[in-house]
Design a protein around this ligand. Structure first.
Ligand code: PLP
Length: 460
């Protein structure tokens, strides 16, 4: 395959015309797309190509998902082969690739899980909520345990329930009111500790807040607590090491299930296969997506610890089975592709590479502290955030226009970076989540481009 496609202005023009006439895009304003757009036609490694031949270093791996990098034609062969063999059958019965994939990821988790397949991270979390509720109905029939405890500034997906479980106020306002089945606690966002404290003298006030909330709501109303180990959307907030074990302890104390969202964090992103493995916890429910197939095909899953799975096991007459179905879950072609993706991840030691390159990238990003508007640089593995502020003492977030200027400068200079999604107030962190195959030279390019971008900012 040629790396750069032959530029074709006519094709590009036709795509833009068709698209603007007929496509409704997610989350971007169409008026912006009228003047600035990338028509992505090819991609290889960490680089994507516009139809006009322009190349961009994709420092976000798409939407935090193309972990093994672009252009793996081997996966196209796997998909074609599987499609010829068996294109589809509902997962109420068994198929070869889905069984092999479940066995593989169960092994990666330590061998104590069953896997329910879905198609997106949102569905994986949504199924997690429902499995937690159904489990509580089976195991605590006298209680009314239905609530999920989430954290402010978290993101768990785009459906009504996952949006409600998350804590991004501005993403929610246009869809309110929500059900009230999801309650929220303070996040472990140490740079902006909601209690104005500092670690470690804070004594993990955020965990005390969790316990306080569970007690306030009534422990026998709580089905589960959902956490993304390293909070991506708020700008890559890495919690203190004791945070997750303490959350697990509180869950056990009050009989709530621990639901971990590994949708971004998983499959090598943070320098371990799964981020919760940094912290030695044993979740009851785990949502996985994105890196499971590196987005070569849509597939995701909800993993359920065997102790919980037992509750769904019985005679047909007992009506204990998982109370839902989805058409495409366990799709053989997506499962075959995901399995080979994980084999590549392992064979090329991309998780180890994520730890090594992540440390290298983070070292480079720390040099950006020379810019007065860089308030904080943080990350784990190849998941990093650079938080921009007007002033380091007040920590007042940089203006949205300044963040946009940095993102646009990078893009105009061939590097695609992301930004946090905290709404008008907390969208002030530049995020990085490149393919795990990124090279040192590409890491240098990201740092050097950000350095130049930040150099254009004038503190307001
Ligand atoms: C942590 C987290 N959970 C869940 C989701 C939802 O995944 P999807 O967009 O595949 O529905 C996302 C999406 O970015 C995410 O970042």
């Amino acid at each position: 395959m040629s790396l750069a496609n032959a530029p074709d202005p006519a094709v590009r023009e036709a795509v833009v015309e068709q698209d603007l006439k007929s496509v409704m895009h997610p989350i971007v304003q169409h008026k912006v797309l009228e003047t600035t757009q990338i028509v992505v036609t090819k991609a290889q490694g960490s680089t994507i190509f516009d139809a006009d031949g322009t190349s961009y270093l994709d420092a976000m791996a798409g939407l935090w998902c193309v972990n093994i990098g672009y252009g793996r034609t081997e996966l196209a062969d796997v998909a074609a082969e599987q499609m010829r063999e068996l294109s589809y059958f509902p997962h109420t019965q068994m198929n070869v690739p889905a069984a092999a994939l479940a066995d593989k990821i169960n092994g990666l988790m330590g061998g104590n899980y069953h896997t329910y397949f879905v198609n997106s991270g949102s569905e994986a979390n949504e199924a997690g909520f429902k499995i937690a509720r159904q489990y509580m109905k089976h195991e605590h029939p006298g209680d009314y345990r239905f609530k999920t405890v989430g954290r402010y500034f978290a993101y768990h997906g785009t459906t009504l329930a996952t949006l409600d479980a998350g804590g991004m106020g501005e993403r929610k306002t246009k869809f309110e009111p929500f059900s009230g089945d999801f309650v929220h606690v303070a996040p472990p966002y140490c740079y902006r500790c909601p209690f104005g404290l500092s670690y470690p003298s804070c004594g993990l006030a955020c965990v005390k807040n969790l316990e306080h909330t569970i007690l306030g709501e009534g422990p026998d109303t709580i089905a589960e607590v959902i956490v993304e180990p390293i909070m991506s959307a708020v700008g890559v907030s890495v919690p203190p090491d004791e945070y997750l074990p303490e959350v697990e302890r509180i869950c056990r104390k009050y009989g709530a299930l621990l639901h971990v969202d590994e949708v971004i964090n998983g499959f090598g992103r943070t320098g371990k296969m799964f981020a919760h493995q940094h912290y030695g916890v044993s979740p009851d429910i785990i949502a996985i997506a994105k890196g499971i197939s590196s987005a070569y095909l849509p597939i995701a899953a909800t993993m359920v610890k065997n102790d919980v799975f037992k509750s769904f096991y019985g005679e047909a007459s007992e009506n204990r089975q998982v109370g839902q179905v989805n058409t495409y879950g366990g799709h053989p072609v997506a499962a075959a592709v995901a399995l080979r993706n994980i084999e590549i991840l392992e064979a090329e030691k991309l998780t180890e590479r994520s730890a090594e390159m992540g440390a290298y990238l983070l070292d480079g990003l720390r040099t950006l502290m020379s810019h007065p508007m860089v308030g904080d640089v943080r990350g784990k593995g190849l998941l990093c955030g650079i938080e921009l502020v007007k002033d380091r003492t007040s920590k007042e977030p940089a203006d949205a226009e300044q963040i946009t200027a940095v993102v646009d400068f990078c893009r105009n200079n061939g590097v695609l970076v992301g930004r946090s999604g905290g709404g008008r107030r907390f969208s002030n962190t530049i995020t990085l989540s490149p393919p795990l195959v990124i090279t040192r030279a590409e890491c240098d390019c990201i740092v050097e481009t950000l350095d130049r971008a930040l150099g254009t900012l004038k503190p307001s």
